[in-house]
Design a protein around this ligand. Structure first.
Ligand code: PLP
Ligand code: TYF
Length: 398
């Protein structure tokens, strides 16, 4: 049966890691895949994570199965980290939480759950959105359509066009929103815009589906959760996919969670049984280790503080790099305006250059980024910043 298969292209983002590794230029710079890096370009393990792992190794007594929902303690803490301790959806027991293999696992389980409830629903995604959203949603058989989002001219959000498009959605459609730190654009909704979107979604009977993979890397843990908390309070039904890959640095441990909010406690019980049945049919139950680390950290005040402090340093470093890049571009005498970079949030921004210029930066300067000109800000450092700015400026001057 294999003879009918055709070779498929590799994931363009993950493939950049392979290309970068093969490059022998000592000045090479990796602004590709979205992983946090320190000043030395290293993606290290957070101190609280190492402490939690040490503790787990000393105290863990079993590796027995945990069940489709994963660890109860993790689910307890992660839902409160996201929604806050006193959120109405938690108090009213309207929420089902399941630990998943990363944010991708959460997105796929949310998509499979949607396909079971409402196979004809359309999921509206931002133009552009994270490339992986498409296969994760389509793989569950869902229809996808785009709403306008990023404006390459103003470097902001096409908010009026976004609202006009969503006004045409049919009742019961889902709207996928990035909770914070929009991937790939870094352009986030303001609080006023979240308020307006919440009003529109409720009025039109559209179901919010929030993907939040960067909580704490934009403005702060609570600030970044403004939209998701608002919607979870107002919407009768909602889906959330959250990831611990970036804010706990647990990438390969595959740690995330899917949350389903139902209109009332009775419906939540039915929802839970269906969600767990879908999970059983896919991977039976999630891997334990990453979630045990998060549970250990969030269940201990000292470790939580250490984690929060380190996350704050990461967020601050990213913001400083945003300012430094914009300033450095002025220093190079580049005519193009990069003052939008410090206005955007999280790990990504588009430089706004074309594919050929991206290719030139890669081939002539060994600076790697996604073809769309999305850069991972955390890949910049004091060592490479002026090299990147000078190279970009040269390419722009033609
Ligand atoms: N959603 C977005 C927007 C992302 O950028 C990512 C990737 O990092 C994820 C979800 C999920 O990532 P993971 O499956 O590694 O937790
Ligand atoms: O957008 C990024 O770079 C991150 C990492 O298949 C990522 O979200 C990229 C591709 C992928 C999984 C994770």
């Amino acid at each position: 049966m294999f003879e009918h298969l055709q070779a498929l292209p590799a994931d363009p983002i993950l493939n950049l890691m392979v290309q970068y590794r093969r490059d022998n230029n000592p000045h090479k710079v990796d602004l590709g895949v979205g992983v946090y890096k320190d000043e030395q370009g290293h993606t290290g393990i957070m101190h609280a994570v190492t402490a939690a792992e040490t503790h787990l190794l000393a105290t863990e007594t079993t590796k027995t199965y945990i069940g489709p929902a994963g660890a109860e303690g993790f689910n307890y803490h992660i839902s409160r980290l996201l929604l806050g301790n006193d959120h109405s959806a938690i108090k009213d027991q309207r929420i089902t939480v399941a630990q998943t293999p990363g944010g991708c696992g959460a997105l796929r389980m949310a998509a499979e759950f949607t396909a079971k409830c409402s196979p004809d629903a359309t999921v509206w995604v931002s133009d552009p959105t994270w490339a992986n959203h498409i296969p994760l949603l389509k793989g569950a058989g869902l229809n996808i359509t785009e709403y306008p989002y990023y404006d390459g001219e103003t470097k902001g959000i096409r908010f009026d066009a976004m609202c006009s498009a969503l006004e045409t959605a049919k009742a019961g459609d889902l709207v996928l929103l990035h909770g914070c730190c929009h991937n790939p654009s870094g352009a986030d909704l303001s609080k006023v815009q979240w308020d307006a979107i919440a009003e529109l979604l409720i009025r039109k009977n559209l179901i919010p589906f929030v993907d939040i993979a960067y909580q704490g890397l934009g403005d702060g843990l609570a600030e970044d959760a403004y939209g998701v908390r608002l919607l979870a309070d107002k919407a009768p039904e909602m889906l959330i996919a959250s990831s611990c890959s970036k804010n706990f640095g647990l990438y390969r441990e595959r740690t995330g969670s899917v949350m389903v909010i139902a209109p009332n406690q009775q419906q939540a019980a039915v929802t839970a049984s269906n969600l767990f049945s879908i999970i059983r049919g896919h991977y039976s139950m999630p891997p334990a280790h990453g979630a045990a680390i998060v549970e250990t950290i969030l269940g201990n005040a000292e470790l939580t503080k250490s984690w929060d402090d380190e996350l704050t340093l990461m967020r601050t470093r990213i913001l400083q790099l945003r300012h430094q890049l914009a300033n450095e571009m002025v220093v190079t005498g580049c005519a193009q305006d990069f003052s939008f970079i410090p206005q955007q949030k999280g790990m990504f921004s588009f430089l706004g250059i074309n594919k050929q210029q991206v290719g030139q930066l890669r081939d002539e300067y060994s600076i790697y980024m996604v073809d769309s000109s999305r850069i991972n800000i955390a890949g910049l450092s004091a060592q490479n910043l002026s090299y990147v700015a000078q190279s970009l400026s040269s390419v722009l001057k033609g």
